[in-house]
Design a protein around this ligand. Structure first.
Ligand code: MLT
Length: 404
């Protein structure tokens, strides 16, 4: 037999597993140290009360034969798909049909699984730095070419550097690419895209028979009114874009698992409907998100749920400001954090990303994410998340300041 040898080309381990390994090793060697984790973007606020209540009720339903549910629809229950269409889209002026929304167990899984739909010879365009899932999953599928240890880049990708010089905004390719990954508000830089910038991407994709894979998992953190939350706010996007959303960072579902992907029915490539293809893929490989979880997600849109989620977001937004202002006050160059839970921070004195990561881990006992882990253009940066406990976040900033 032959294995999928593309897996053998992947460098080392997945970024967050590698950080976890280093942090665990440090913790084991220094059990007396109290570590503050601002590394992986994992939330700390508990589930909103409205979500809990709905889940408890749903658990009770599962315990009675009259209300018990077995397999649900692979695409998600209508009650949740309809709530998504109404609250996340219609109220922002975007019209979608419920059957354009596919409920799933996570935006990470969907971003990885969506590559099933596309031919292996498509050219993939990714930002640099980038959320590593886009890069690694296409590499697993065999779309990345060869990995170069020296440059940290794959031969098959079209890289779009996002640097301080271009305001961390990728430039439209001057060649033909087929699959374009965009993430706004961006992970890891925290940058956002304006309406005009997104319009240019939509026009490019429609003109070049390309598809935009738009990850808007962090849209709820947008504070500036003029910044679009969805790619579908841009005219023409329904014929070229797939959008990924998540309940993880808004309603604290990182452990509960619920997200969704929008594949418009107008989106066709190679003579086929991508909506129909994704539906076929999900029906074959996925049995849907648990009923209890979907009832919890539905409650995010109730009046109480929306209020509680807003409070959670405000809590994290305050943390973002504490990190941003604190590090800036300490003389560091920072960006992001305003429309995003991520703060992108330049390392001092030209220090390498991993070197600064190690310094902060060892001397301040603060866990961050080295920018280089997101791609070569992330070298010289670290990322901090605003998802921590408020007091711990203040303490982390004080500790970092103290060692600079
Ligand atoms: C991150 O830290 O970048 C997040 O954990 C991404 C994710 O949600 O997988």
């Amino acid at each position: 037999m032959r294995i999928n040898e593309n897996f053998l080309k992947l460098p080392g381990s997945y970024l967050f597993s590698e950080i976890g390994r280093r942090v665990a090793a440090y913790g084991a060697a220094n059990p007396e140290k109290s570590l503050i984790k601002l590394g992986i973007g994992d939330v700390t606020r508990p589930l909103p009360a409205a979500v809990l209540e709905a889940m408890h009720k749903a658990v009770d339903e599962m315990g009675r034969s009259e209300t018990f549910r077995g397999y649900g629809p692979e695409q998600g229950y209508d009650f949740l798909r309809e709530a998504i269409v109404e609250y996340d889209y219609a109220r922002r002026g975007v019209t979608l049909d419920a059957d354009e929304v596919f409920v799933s167990d996570g935006a990470k899984s969907d971003c990885g699984n969506i590559v099933d739909l596309f031919g292996l010879d498509n050219v993939v365009a990714v930002c640099d730095p980038v959320y590593p899932v886009y890069v690694d999953t296409n590499a697993m599928a065999g779309r990345a070419g060869e990995y170069n240890e020296q440059t940290g880049m794959w031969s098959g990708y079209h890289y779009m550097p996002c640097t301080a010089e271009n305001g961390f905004s990728p430039e439209i390719p001057n060649c033909k690419v087929d699959l374009i990954y965009l993430c706004f508000p961006n992970n890891p830089t925290g940058a956002v895209a304006t309406r005009e910038q997104l319009k240019a991407w939509v026009d490019y994709a429609n003109a070049n028979d390309a598809v935009i894979l738009f990850d808007s998992a962090y849209e709820a953190f947008i504070t500036q009114k003029e910044i679009p939350h969805s790619i579908y706010e841009i005219e023409g996007a329904k014929t070229c874009a797939i959008e990924f959303r998540s309940f993880s960072k808004t309603a604290g579902f990182t452990g509960t698992r619920c997200a969704y992907t929008v594949v418009p029915k107008q989106l066709r490539r190679g003579g086929a409907s991508l909506n129909a293809m994704w539906n076929r893929r999900q029906c074959t490989k996925f049995n849907g998100v648990p009923y209890v979880t979907q009832r919890g997600a539905e409650a995010v849109y109730s009046e109480a749920g929306r209020k509680q989620v807003k409070e959670n977001l405000a809590y994290y937004q305050k943390n973002a400001k504490v990190i941003f202002d604190g590090l800036k006050g300490a003389g560091l160059t920072v960006s992001g954090g305003v429309n995003s839970p991520y703060i992108w921070c330049k390392t001092p004195n030209g220090m390498g990303s991993w070197e600064f990561f190690d310094l902060l881990l060892n001397r301040a006992n603060v866990v961050t994410t080295p920018g280089a882990g997101f791609g070569p253009s992330g070298e010289g940066y670290i990322r901090l998340t605003a998802f921590g406990d408020a007091a711990a976040t203040e303490e982390a900033v004080a500790r970092i300041k103290a060692i600079l």
